[in-house]
Design a protein around this ligand. Sequence first.
Ligand code: 5GP
Ligand code: MN
Length: 329
Amino acid sequence: MEPNELERAAKLIEENESVIIFGHQWPDGDAIGSLLGLGIALSRAGHAVQASWPAPLELPHKYEFLPGLDLLVEPDEVEPAGLAIAVDCANAERLQELKAPATGARDLVNIDHHPDNSRFGTVNLVDPGSSATAEIITRNSGALGIVLDGDSALCLYAGIVTDTGRFQFTNTTAETLECASRLVSLGVEPHAVYENVYQSDSLAYIRLTGEVLTNAVYDEELGLIYGCVMQADLESFGVKMNETEELIDDLRALKGHRVAALFKELRDGTIRVSLRSRIDCDIGTVARNLGGGGHRVAAGYTSGAGGIESAVRELKDEIVASGGNTGCR
Ligand code: 5GP
Ligand code: MN
């Protein structure tokens, strides 16, 4: 990250009273934690803050304990503002219907840690070496002129915990732990995040997990383990799709696997595919080749409406085709 980008971002924040902060559709813990953590800090510094993400503006239950939810504004009710800030978004397309207000603002600060970030902001705080967007915000809060308190720290901590798999993924560094330590010093209680985020599943979700894992398939030749969440499963178990963010981690427990995939059938019939891989396999490139993106070991894309079988075939073909370059084969 260029040092003068930080200075430019700090100046834009100082100069603009009204700020819109955007996350990506189906936000994860990092997008939500970054959005709320930054939103709380700016709002307490006297800015008029609107925070949003592309419809539906549904918050997964496990993040309802976070402060700052009063900052959330339905995407079609977002009012123009002088400054827009995108968090955890690799490209402007991920903002969908919010792309217009985001790029319509005088300036757009793009804060993200995806290696394939398209630098779509007028100022880009992009650091692929950071475990989470929340880590970038925490580490650079001083340089950005942002004061963190217990509430903003709690949101940012939740972002770091979820994007690092509770400090266990390969993206966890000494700097990550230093940032987490600072947030704990500001009053965050790690067990509170654990209880709310990781001990708050409904019985319905636990039963759905049982079904998905029972039907999971392991392709030993490719080292690919995959499972499917269909609309019919969600209906019969009474679970919302946004509750299934962590389900892919259960598939990753399998000894010897190389790639884990979770195929999720959306209401319109298209299939969202979540991918995870071992460090020697670049699943981000596989996802990019299929129209999506992400990190080396955590990525995703949207497959067409051809059904699960064709989506599975498409993924296997891509793993075989790009396997030599990506190390996934
Ligand atoms: P998840 O499986 O949790 O939805 O996504 C894993 C990672 O891949 C996240 O960092 C997410 O931002 C990225 N990702 C998922 N889907 C897409 C996509 O369609 N496009 C891009 N560029 N990145 C994606
Ligand atoms: Mn992230």
